[in-house]
Design a protein around this ligand. Sequence first.
Ligand SMILES: *Cc1c(COP(=O)(O)O)cnc(C)c1O
Length: 714
Amino acid sequence: MNKNKSYAGIDYFRMIAALLVITIHTSPLLSFSEIGDFILTRVIARVAVPFFFMTSGFFLISRYTRNTEKLKSFVRGTLQIYGIAILIYIPINAYNGFFSGNNLLPNILKDIILDGTLYHLWYLPAAVLGGSIAWYLVKKADYTRAIVITFGLYLIGLFGDSYYGIAEKIPVIHSFYDLIFQVTDYTRNGIFYAPIFFVLGGYIAEHPKKLSSVQSVGGFAVSLGMMLGEALTLHYYDLQRHDSMYLFLLPCMFFLFHALLHCKGNRFRLFRTSALVIYIMHPMVIVGVRLIAKILHMQNLLVNNSLIHFFVVSLASAAIGITAAEIWNRCDIGKRKRIPDTDRAWIEIDLNNLEHNARELQRAMPPKCSLMAVVKAEAYGHNAFTVSAHLNKIGVKSFAVATIDEGIALRKYGIRGEILILGYTDVHRVRDLKKYGLMQTVVSFEYAQALNQQNISVKIHIKIDTGMHRLGIPYDNFSEVKKVFAMRNLNVCGIYTHLCCSDNLLPDDIAFTEEQVNRFYRLIELMKHNNIPVPKLHMQSSYGLLNYPNLQCDYARIGIALYGVLTTPDYNTALKLDLRPVLSLKTRVVHIQNICKGESIGYGRAFTAERDSRIAILPIGYADGFPRNLSCGKGYAQIGNQLAPIVGRICMDQLAVDITEIEGIAIGDTAIMIGFDAAEELSAPIVADNSNSISNELLCRMGARLPVIERLVP
Ligand SMILES: *Cc1c(COP(=O)(O)O)cnc(C)c1O
């Protein structure tokens, strides 16, 4: 994501955009030049509202958005503001005779949902509707499709707006728009107008810095010029029904937004609330200024001179906006007491360490070999989405998962690059393999035949069994391998094997591993001999790389080492890399009690206090993946920089630790159960070892119930 520093331009432009909206409603140049006024208010100022939509899209929409919380809170917030605005403007609605019109109920509905209950308020329902449409399109499809669809909607809108004069002349289309205009007064709304700007905002957020500042500003200037030409032409031929939508508005906004991202500086959040208040309140200010001018008999000066009128309205609106924003900030209104995700127990992922490990591992590989990040089992409990999205951003292009559903989930998150499924997939799911661009491992010759018979071409890697006897075609069965290459629907992209004792440097294990390697290479030689084009080769996993770094392959499939730990506390590998643990498991003290000597704690009374003790209860248990094996003193929590032993049996959702010897512990204090910045006893390999397991199992069992918090220092 962009660094905060690059949002200064956006913050400042909010204010400019709010003032541009005021120009639309006050026509400052009208007293001097009609065409000047047209250019200012009907062309230039038309960037204001799309800018607000794009800004919302920029912060709201992302293919990496997994849950609907972000959308919900945006919709909720906007609707609240809309509700308040509707109430504020009821007197003006009443004054305008709104409530004495015919068809009151349908009109109210139509206005609330599409047109806004007063002319400028359409923006708020449009933001809700447009934002939601864009959010779903980007989430369900991808940017390309979302842009195509929202552009289609925009085109429909365009011909009901600035280009209506053309649509009107074609009978079929004319009746189509007649239909639309029964339901809404404008096509400039949340369906036809807003979505594309939301999508563009999200797109730019995820593809930052594609354009230099010169390109952005130049592109903006050219597009604005083209838009001006477009608007004047349409105006000249009297084609406009309304004048919000232009074709060149799209490139204009695209370049403008990029240009704003190039404005570096400190953020100015005050303008965010101010701009919104100005937007909502300025029509009220206009009414107020007119009223005061009338009372003071100063209409000539304050109202009839359009420029002075504009300045008075702008100044008054800005004063109200900034004051309201200040009060809002001071009183903490709106800063709803958000319950953080760290209220019970959580996983912290240090993305800087992940990035460091990825680079460190890549550096250890031979030049033509690249990292295939193994992100199966929720990236070993680290959250597949968080890990893969960050690796994608730093340029990792190959991933491996265990199951097809893990692969599909990654694609739905928007992960790009190759995804190899290491395990078995039912051949009837071949359509999904193709649809989501996944590569399937051929786990046996029979499997290859069955997959080929589905008559859908798929990318595969052939697995060779060189001695592990788990999956794969036996290394000495060259004729089967050859046949797989000849299968019509199987596009062989890779061939690989798995080493079963590369983690051990005992002589027997080294000999066995070398034999596995030789068997694999002999098969490859045989392929070359038979003029079979050699696809990508790979055989090392973490220990394969750490103990046999010089094997010549195209990929190394790295899992556990990427997460900065090794399987066991024995760190004796041929290659010693600076790997940094990525995951911490943390929780909070929720209850403290004093126990007298002789009293017991927990199920089965497995612990009896041998002295008067102070006991803290931590709301984490084996349902969170924290092993029950660590009960009764085999595990620890680090509280206040000291280790507190676990007492009694670990429950499904809680455990107790003895804090008698630790001073000053209070409810709410953080306790580390596994940690990259904690005592050595709390490193994953040692915690795993204490529970008679290995890091891989310990880590991958975590996360089902725990929120994952990312840490990333830019
Ligand atoms: C899980 C897995 C890996 C990754 O192993 P690590 O030891 O975690 O690096 C590599 N290859 C295959 C086939 C796997 O199943």
